[in-house]
Every structure is written in structure tokens, then in C-alpha cells.
Design a protein around this ligand. Structure first.
Ligand code: PRX
Length: 633
């Protein structure tokens, strides 16, 4: 048995040998010519020349072997009061039938398909069916609304959208099909030939003749028991997943096929210590990267059952999660600090009512795991919660306690050490390592391990600018996070260095929300910032300047309209916690709004260096205005 240090060293000094051996554990139609092609850095390519299909590896490989009759997908929906378990064979059958249907409806290899679905088994069939036929899926989180979906349609130019009549949030319908209709009205591209609608019987749909098709009717008509999986190049895109960046336009993270598959499969052993006999539950949503990797692909690649949960941790009551663990004997759970914080508010009997003795490991990611939450969960579960850090871009962990390799001592608040293949460092603004224990920017030295993004969809330039060109003469991958590397080698995350927010573990861009707020006719100028929030990690705060003719009596009404507008356009998760009006906003000499200053004033932190601000009076005015508003809470 190798220690973590030995194995990590091997993964970065001999990446081709390290990852090449792990790739042998999966099925390839044609073996690769080169494990790692770094000739066009920083566009790294893994298993070049190799041909595979991730759906074959995640589904067929098990359905055609001894795991045929074993549970693959367990759907539990407190929202719909339903549950369903599919074996690998049943999953295989459903995926084949849908793949045949998509093909019959004209979807071809390389086409983009947007999946805008609730957490139902059909959503997972959709992802796998796309992967099977080589279509590039782009899942859009069902909590996002019209503008977010329209932006993604414009960028991905899908030929098909898969949706349902509605999702459910605390028993209330979220009319997904209607949002698709409005998004298609708003979108500027006209590439969508069909919208396939899963009828759940929640709301009534209006179907557009010729474009909109009923899911069940189509699958009944076109479904076939077997569709030959497309032989995909390892480097072919598997999916596009949009995430927030520093501009109003979301970034389309493009994932490859082979590298991602190998990295996810390896991570199940290395990081999660999961294998035969385990039951895996990631409480995320397929609209996020955690859902892509750890609800769908990784557990299925590993051949372990995955739980697909449609609901919330506190609905219909705060015991619901713990009952799921008992019902299915979950052994490995992956959740987010925000959910644990929400559950901590409730009496302990909700947790104690269920038998949680099947749990072997609990993981957390998406935002810092704060001390009180770690202590509470660890005591309640009788297990340490293992923090790990990653990003949409990385597809899997960058920093983790790789317990499947070596269970390292936990330091509460630190996600521990670099994951396999990641050579991380904390650097200053010139890209030079800072002394251990000092704050700096977290970077990854090339080459990037498999699974990391290929590029941004249709925008190699933005890929370079966003991640690779920050340091003169040094090509380092910039994570966008501040961190400390301590004397023992542990990493500590200190929040984003850019204007990306993290609300309840969800990544939101300030610019996207600002654009919506600014579209309100009463708003002259708007700034959106993430401010500290005990429950959500960060909360969305709007600080804006009203047009000159607006009288103070109208402010409350406008604030409500802005909240409503953001809900409608982006989604409930982006709803502003506070909307404040000021007479002026602090700006740099070049006119850039200083969100950092607004945040510091609002939070009562040290404002720092203001030398680039036009005029001190601006800051004083904001400080004064925000002070008054704080009193209004
Ligand atoms: O700021 C970091 C924070 O979430 C960002 C990535 O968010 P997203 O792209 O949505 O991917 C989430 C995948 C788990 C990071 O840049 N973040 C993520 N995990 C942690 C974290 N911050 C602190 N501790 C973590 N464990």
C-alpha cells in the first residue's frame, strides 16, 4: 500500500503512467495512442486516439455482467410522494429506449441537447442517452428561470430541449415547460427543432404544434431495446455545463469523455472509498457539477447504486433525509454545508429517529465547512464530515482527504491535501509562491489532470483569459480562490478573489444579477454583492442608485419589484436578501463599481486601500447610507 504522499508524488511526476494504469480498468473500443498530450498547453488532452463511450461504461458494462439485477438508480421523491428503484438492466433498457427516440427525432452526434428537468429518473436517462449517441448534453438547473435558460440556449444552440410539465418545490409546481416556452421566445437563436415534454400530471401544458412532443408517446413509438453506443474519441465533448463567471455571460465549461470518465472512476476509490456493496447518495441536483459527477456518472461507472432525491432536507419535515439513509442503507453521503446548517436549526430528535448505522462516510463540498457545523454534524453522525474542495471547472476534487488511499488526520476547516494529479500552490500576484501560512491565490501547475475542463464552449479565448493569463511569464491555472497552505501542507480556503458569489453552495455571478436589476425602469445604476450570511454562507445584496425622478415613497415598491424580477428572470436562489438604495456608488477612476468596498462597508469590515476611488466623499456617502439601512433590518 502506497501512502498518500507517495501516490500523489507519482501522480504529478509520472502522470501518464499513473492515469494510464487507472484507465485500463474501463472499457475502450480502441486504446489510446498517447495518455497525455500537452503539446498545445494549456489545452491538455487525455487518452488521445482512444475510443470509448461513457454510457457503455456506466450502464452496459454492469447490465451485461453480474450486476444486471442489482439496484443502479434509486429515486426517492418526497415532493411527488413516489419512489422507484431501477436495476442496471432496467436502467439499460430505459436509456436504450430513450436513445433510440432521440435518434429517431433527428438528434445526431455532436448536437447539443438541453436538459431542463426536475430530479426524476428520466433526467438521468436523458443524460445517459445523450452520452450513448454522442450528443452533447447541457443540463440547466431546474431552479433557474427564463433569462438564465435563454442565455444558455443562445450559447449552446441546442437542437432539442428535454423538459417536464413541472418540478416541485415544497409541494408547489415550478412550471418548467412554460419557462422553456418563454425562454425560446426570448432566445435569439432558432436552432431548437423539438421540445420533448415529460408529462407528470402536475400542470397543464400548451403544446406547440410540430415543435413540442409528448415524451411517453414518442418513446412508445420509437423506443428500441438496443442502440449501438457511439464510438466517441476520448477527447470528444461529453457535456457543456454553464457556471457563473465575472461577466454577465455564463461560462460554458466543456468536459471531455475519456479523461473525465477515468478521473471519476478513480475518485470513487481514492476519495470516497466506495466499492461493491456501497450505496451512494449525493444530495445535490443534476443541474450542478456535483450532480453530474456524483449523482450520475461516478457511482454508475463504479457500479454502485445512486440515490436521486427530489426534495429538500426539511420538507415535509426535517427528518426526511435521515429516513432515506435508513430506508436504503446509504453508506456514503455527499452533501453541502448549507444543508447541514439548515438542519442544525431543528431539534435533534429528527435525526435520532432514524437508524444511521449504515453510514460509513459523509463528505461535504461547495463552500467552506465552518467549525460549528463540522462539530455538530460530526457529533450527531458519529463520523467526521470530510470536507473537499473543487469547482465546476475541475469536475471532481482538487483538494481532498483521499481516505481511500490514506485516512489523514482532519483539521476542521481545511479540505486537507491536493487530490491526485493536482499540483497546487498558493502564490502572490506575480505567481510566486508565498511563504507557508500566508494568504495568496490558489493555483494549479500544469498539466491539469484528467477531468478538468477542455475549454469554454466556443470560446478558447475566454478560457485562456479566465484561467491562464493572470501572471506574466507564468502559465498557471487560476482557481479564483484565496487560500493558505499551512506548514503541514493543509490547504485553507478563504473565499473568492473575484466577483463570484456562493449562495447556499451555489455559484452565482454578480454581473448576471446586476443586468436583471438594471433592467428595472427606475434603476439608474446597480451593484450586486455577496455578503456574509450565517445560513447561506453568502446572501445576495443589491445596492443601487434610483433615477432622479423617483420619490422615496416608491422605494419599498421598487425593492419588491426587483426581488420579483430577479426570481422570475434568474431563479429563486438568486433572490436578493436585501435591496438598498444609495445616492452614489463607489467607483475606481476607470468607472468600475467597487463591490469590495460596498461589501466591507456593509459588513463593517476594514475598507482597505481606497486610493483608486475617485473621491472620498463617495465612500463616505455609501458608508452613511448603508449604516442607515443596516438599522432598518
Ligand atoms: O470558491 C470555491 C467554492 O466553490 C467554488 C466552486 O463552485 P462550483 O463551481 O459551484 O463547484 C462546486 C463543486 C463542489 C470554488 O471556487 N468551494 C467549493 N468547495 C469548497 C469551496 N470553498 C471552500 N471549501 C470547499 N470545500
Amino acid at each position: 500500500m502506497m501512502s498518500y504522499q507517495e501516490m500523489h508524488q507519482c501522480s504529478i511526476s509520472q502522470p501518464a503512467e499513473f492515469w494510464g494504469a487507472l484507465a485500463e480498468e474501463l472499457h475502450w473500443y480502441r486504446k489510446w495512442d498517447t495518455v497525455l498530450d500537452d503539446s498545445n498547453a494549456p489545452f491538455f488532452r487525455w487518452f488521445v486516439g482512444g475510443e470509448t463511450n461513457i454510457c457503455y461504461n456506466a450502464v452496459d458494462r454492469h447490465a451485461l455482467g453480474p450486476k444486471r439485477g442489482q439496484a443502479a438508480l434509486i429515486w426517492e421523491s418526497p415532493e411527488a410522494d413516489q419512489s422507484r428503484t431501477l436495476t442496471f438492466h432496467e436502467l439499460y433498457r430505459e436509456v436504450n429506449r430513450l436513445a433510440a427516440t432521440l435518434k429517431a427525432l433527428g438528434v445526431q452526434k455532436g448536437d447539443r441537447v438541453i436538459i431542463y428537468m426536475p430530479m426524476v429518473p428520466e433526467a438521468i436517462f436523458s443524460m445517459l442517452a445523450c452520452a450513448r449517441i454522442g450528443a452533447i448534453h447541457s443540463v440547466v438547473f431546474g431552479g433557474f428561470s427564463i433569462s438564465s435558460l435563454a442565455n444558455r440556449i443562445n450559447d449552446a444552440e441546442p437542437t432539442m430541449i428535454l423538459t417536464a410539465d413541472a418540478g416541485l418545490r415544497k409541494g408547489l409546481p415550478v412550471p418548467l415547460k412554460e419557462i422553456v416556452d418563454e425562454s425560446l421566445e426570448l432566445a435569439t437563436v432558432d436552432t431548437v427543432k423539438h421540445v420533448l415534454v415529460l408529462e407528470r400530471g402536475i400542470v397543464k401544458n400548451t403544446m406547440k404544434e410540430g415543435r413540442d412532443l409528448d415524451w411517453q408517446t414518442q418513446v412508445n413509438e420509437h423506443g428500441k431495446p438496443y442502440v449501438e453506443p457511439e464510438r466517441m474519441l476520448s477527447t470528444d465533448p461529453l457535456y457543456i455545463l454553464y457556471t457563473s463567471g465575472t461577466t454577465g455571460k455564463p461560462k460554458g465549461v466543456v468536459r471531455d469523455t475519456g479523461g473525465y470518465m477515468v478521473a471519476l472512476h478513480a475518485s470513487m476509490g481514492h476519495i470516497y472509498d466506495v466499492g461493491d456493496g456501497d450505496v451512494y447518495w449525493s444530495t445535490s441536483d443534476i443541474g450542478w457539477v456535483v450532480g453530474h459527477s456524483y449523482i450520475v456518472y461516478a457511482p454508475l461507472l463504479k457500479g454502485v447504486p445512486t440515490i436521486v432525491f427530489e426534495g429538500r432536507p426539511d420538507h415535509p419535515d426535517p427528518g426526511v433525509w435521515w429516513r432515506v439513509i435508513e430506508k436504503y442503507g446509504v453508506t456514503c453521503m455527499f452533501t453541502a454545508p448549507t444543508a447541514l446548517r439548515a438542519l442544525r436549526k431543528f431539534p435533534e430528535h429528527w435525526m435520532q429517529q432514524s437508524d444511521l448505522s449504515s453510514l460509513k462516510r459523509v463528505f461535504s463540498a461547495g463552500e467552506p465547512l465552518d467549525g460549528p457545523t463540522y462539530d455538530w454534524a460530526t457529533a450527531m453522525l458519529g463520523l467526521p464530515v470530510i470536507d473537499h474542495y473543487w469547482q465546476t471547472e475541475s469536475g471532481w476534487s482538487m483538494i481532498a482527504n483521499s481516505v481511500g488511499i490514506e485516512d489523514l488526520p482532519i483539521k476542521s476547516g481545511s479540505p486537507t491535501f491536493a487530490a491526485m494529479g493536482h499540483h497546487l500552490e498558493v502564490v502572490d500576484i506575480d505567481g510566486n509562491p508565498v511563504p507557508r501560512g500566508e494568504k495568496g491565490l490558489l493555483v494549479d501547475y500544469p498539466p491539469l489532470p484528467p477531468g478538468m475542463l477542455l475549454t469554454l464552449w466556443n470560446d478558447d479565448d475566454r478560457y485562456l483569459k479566465s484561467y491562464w493569463t493572470h501572471f506574466k511569464d507564468k502559465q498557471l491555472y487560476l482557481t479564483g480562490d484565496y487560500a493558505i497552505h499551512d506548514a503541514d501542507g493543509y490547504f485553507w480556503l478563504l473565499g473568492r478573489a473575484d466577483e463570484v458569489m456562493n449562495v447556499s453552495g451555489h455559484r452565482l455571478g454578480t454581473r448576471e444579477i446586476e443586468e436583471v436589476v438594471s433592467s428595472h425602469p427606475a434603476i439608474a445604476e446597480a451593484s450586486v454583492i455577496g455578503v456574509r450570511d450565517e445560513l447561506r454562507g453568502e446572501a445576495v445584496l443589491v445596492v443601487s442608485v434610483l433615477k432622479a425622478h423617483i420619490v422615496p415613497a416608491e422605494q419599498d415598491k421598487i425593492a419588491n419589484e426587483i426581488r420579483q424580477l430577479v426570481r422570475e428572470r434568474i431563479g429563486a436562489i438568486a433572490t436578493p436578501h436585501g435591496v438598498h438604495f444609495v445616492s452614489t456608488l463607489p467607483k475606481t477612476r476607470s468607472g468600475k463599481i467597487m463591490r469590495r468596498v460596498i461589501r466591507a462597508v456593509y459588513q463593517g469590515d476594514n475598507i482597505g486601500d481606497l486610493s483608486t476611488i475617485e473621491d472620498d466623499a463617495t465612500v463616505d456617502m455609501v458608508r452613511e447610507a448603508v449604516e442607515i439601512m443596516k438599522g432598518e433590518f
